[in-house]
Design a protein around this ligand. Sequence first.
Ligand code: SF4
Ligand code: SF4
Length: 253
Amino acid sequence: MERHFGCTACGKCCTGWLPLSIPDALAHAARFPLFLLWTPVRPGGKSYDLTARLGFVLHLKNRKRAAVRLTPFSYVPPGMACPALGDDGLCAVHADKPQRCRAMPFSGARAEAEQSDLLLPKPGWACDISAAAPAVYRDHQILLREDFAAERAQLESDALVLRPFAERLLDALPSLRGDLEKMALKPQGGHIITNFSTLVSRLPHVDIFALAAQQAPVMESFAERTQNNPQQADEHARYVACAKDWQRMLDGV
Ligand code: SF4
Ligand code: SF4
């Protein structure tokens, strides 16, 4: 079966959480509020084998296990516009946009045979899925695959850093391991969010002070934008705490 897809640049999908590669997170640190997203996938869940390969396997009680995807991401509240979306509804960093955005509508974090649902626009999105749009997916294979392949290759490369980082962090923080195990056992699944700053010591050639100087004002700005909305209370609390953390680093405390 053949599927068609064309982006009309309506900008409607440019809201909320945006997974990022490590290079994209660092390149856009002056723009995106950076955090780490831990997502357990149970055996039989979507792209389990790929998640285990790109992430790591968590051993649970009673010989159960889960694969965990760990990814840097821009933690923007659901429905709030991406900070790179211009007032004209177009991406202001189009020439330099993250690999995740280039690979749309496909995802390098998903198995190639499990991409069909990503080709269905959400309500309000103006994606062209008519026969006039380019054929992009046939018999569970991606036809225009350059950006998908580039995103997958970057995820493979990031995994070499993220996997040992995750293993060490979970060994050092039993409470985080416990929370992740609980999340992995929940039938409805879920996510755990932690600070991006913990990853920085594992990244070669990253100037922590330069990064703190970029992230502190981003966190302060998002803290301000979310302060009066009770539905954004969780995000607000994280922005406030992270703004303080990054500022402490800048102050050398
Ligand atoms: S970086 Fe650009 S393309 Fe990507 S979500 Fe933001 S506005 Fe959209
Ligand atoms: S919602 Fe569809 S048409 Fe609009 S920017 Fe996103 S991919 Fe393009």
